[in-house]
Design a protein. Sequence first.
Length: 126
Amino acid sequence: MATPPHDPNNPYNYSGQEGAGGYPQFPSGPGGPGGPQGYTPAGAPPPNYLAFGIITTILCCLPLGIGSIVYATQVNNKWQMGDYEGARKASQNAKSFAIWSVVATAILYVVLVALMLGGVIALDDF
């Protein structure tokens, strides 16, 4: 099998169109220049759960609600940058933090009611 002649000005034997500076032009895909051509993620971005995060921050556990808001704000940015797996993980984390915020608040209320019914604390203590 014969190899094509070596051209010192074209070490990779590129024969397509050239871009700025004599470098080859690569097709642009959704992942940016040189990204996968024709690849598009299936459907719309995952839900960001921002409203859920805001509500749980105001009404429930503040630290976990803030974590939910932080992850919720990352979902759309990551999706637009082409980090589809990162967007999916941020969506799942936002949902998890919001749910844990609700659960933590529910546990706190159950413990307070149990302590009140047990006579350990009274409403006058608040």
